[in-house]
Write a protein that binds this ligand. Sequence first.
Ligand code: CDP
Ligand code: MG
Length: 140
Amino acid sequence: MALERTLSIIKPDATTRNLTGKINAKFEEAGLRIIAQKRIQLTKAQAGKFYEVHAERPFYDELCDFMASAPVVVQVLEGDGAIAKNREVMGATNPADAAPGTIRAEFAQSVGENSVHGSDAADTAAAEISYFFAGLELVG
Ligand code: CDP
Ligand code: MG
């Protein structure tokens, strides 16, 4: 399998509950290497731009408010098949549907406040990584 990079975000519901370390442990146990990481506070406009693909969805405004409500930890994960592997470790969007042992099954509070974001394909991963990180910040 090819070595890939994917963009991950530990969302406000998780950073405020001090779950950054527990979530990072899940990534590392799955063989994903955290090759870049920073804690930032998004503005609503910055969150809106990031989630622009969902602009027409009914949950968009609430999602942007939530993402700007407290700090997030943005990170780049690297590993074999990292994009799909991260989605597996995250679990389904709705924690009620998330497989046991996944991050969302263990930590998410609702379909909106679901603890983590992960890129869903190679093209979105590349775009999302460059939204938050400069090339020199990625140390694989
Ligand atoms: O994050 P993921 O790729 O699993 O799901 P998405 O369909 O790309 O949706 C992005 C985010 O919008 C989710 O992670 C939720 O935080 C939020 N969302 C929501 O609040 N209500 C929904 N019905 C669907 C998604
Ligand atoms: Mg998505």
